[in-house]
Design a protein around this ligand. Structure first.
Ligand code: ZN
Length: 290
C-alpha cells in the first residue's frame, strides 16, 4: 500500500510516500511561499504516485469540524496570504483520494503513539516548543479536537519573581509561548537559544516555565506520558531540569507510578524528527478506513 504524507509547515512542506507500517519510501521538501504555488507544487509531487490516501498535518489554526463549511481550511493564521485557505479541498480536487487532516502537533503525537516509543498509549501529550508552542493531545485513545483544537501553548503561566520580562505573545504576554518559545528566549536574553547553550541561568528559567506547563497538563489531562519536541528542546540539558522542577511543583499531590519514573514520563520525541510525517501516514490510513 502506498500512502501520501504532507507535513504542512509555515516555512516548508514535507511531502512523502510511505505505507501503513510507518515505513517512509521517499520524501522531499518544498518551501512554503504563496498558497496556490506551494499547494500545487505539493500536489504535483503526489499526482503520479498512485497513493491510496493522503494525510495532512497542518500549521494552523485549522478547521477540524467535519460538519463545518470550512472543514479542512487554515483559518485565521497571521501568516500572510494563508488565512482561509482550503487545504483539504485542494488536495481532494487534485488527487481524488481520501484526505485525512489534523494539526501539525496532533500529527507528531499520532506518529509517536502509533510508531514510536509511546506506541499503544491512550493518553499522551506532545508539546512542540520552538518558534511557537503547540500541543497535540490524545485522550482515551482519541485525538482531542473539541470546539476546534486545543491551544495549550497559550496556557497562562505565573512569572518567576526575578523575571521582569513581559512576555512575547501579543495576545496574552504571560502565556507558555510568550515566556518560553524561541523568540521569547531571544528577546529576554539578547541572543538565540543555541548561542546560550552554556548559560545555566537561561535553562533554569526556561525549565521553570516549561515545568509549570507540565504541572497544568498533568492536573488537567492526567496523561500517561508527555513528549517534548521542537527547536528549544534540542537543548537536552533541559530535560533533567524540567523533570526535577515538575516533581517539585507537584508537591507530591499526585500519586501515580508513572510519576515515580520521570525519566520515562517526560521524554524527547523518539522518531528522529520523522514523527510528523509518520503521523501523516496514520492520518491517511485512518481516513481510508473511515
Ligand atoms: Zn499567548
Amino acid at each position: 500500500m502506498t500512502l501520501g504524507a504532507l507535513e504542512a509547515g509555515g516555512t516548508k512542506m514535507v511531502c512523502a510516500l510511505g505505507d501503513e507500517t510507518g515505513k517512509i519510501f521517499e520524501q522531499t521538501s518544498i518551501p512554503t511561499t504563496k498558497p496556490e504555488e506551494t499547494l500545487s507544487a505539493c500536489m504535483d509531487y503526489f499526482k503520479d504516485k498512485n497513493i491510496e490516501a493522503l494525510g495532512i498535518a497542518c500549521f494552523g489554526p485549522v478547521d477540524l469540524n467535519r460538519q463545518s463549511s470550512t472543514y479542512g481550511y487554515i483559518t485565521t493564521t497571521p501568516k500572510p496570504g494563508w488565512a482561509n485557505v482550503d487545504v483539504v479541498g485542494a488536495a481532494k480536487k487534485a488527487l481524488g483520494v481520501p484526505v485525512g487532516f489534523d494539526t501539525d502537533v496532533n500529527g507528531s503525537l499520532l506518529g509517536e503513539v502509533t510508531y514510536g516509543d509511546a506506541k499503544g498509549l491512550t493518553d499522551a501529550v506532545y508539546f512542540t516548543i520552538g518558534t511557537g508552542v503547540g500541543a497535540g493531545i490524545i485522550s482515551g485513545g482519541n485525538l482531542v479536537h473539541g470546539m476546534m483544537h486545543p491551544e495549550a501553548g497559550h496556557m497562562l503561566l505565573t512569572p518567576r519573581e526575578d523575571d521582569a520580562y513581559k512576555g512575547h505573545c501579543p495576545f496574552h504576554r504571560n502565556c507558555f509561548e510568550g515566556f518560553a518559545a524561541g523568540p521569547a528566549v531571544e528577546e529576554r536574553w539578547g541572543a538565540k537559544g543555541v548561542e546560550l547553550a552554556d548559560r545555566d541561568e537561561v535553562w533554569d528559567l526556561e525549565a521553570y516555565y516549561i515545568a509549570q506547563a507540565m504541572v497544568n497538563c498533568i492536573m488537567i489531562l492526567s496523561p500517561q506520558r508527555i513528549i517534548l519536541g521542537g527547536g528549544i528542546m534540542h537543548q537536552e540539558q533541559l530535560f533533567p531540569l524540567i523533570r526535577k522542577k515538575t516533581t517539585e511543583m507537584l508537591k507530591g499531590y499526585i500519586k501515580a507510578a508513572e510519576l515515580e519514573d520521570m525519566d520515562s514520563y517526560i521524554v524527547p520525541a523518539s522518531l528522529n524528527d520523522d514523527q510528523g510525517i509518520m503521523g501523516c501516514l496514520k492520518l491517511a490510513l485512518d481516513e481510508l478506513s473511515r
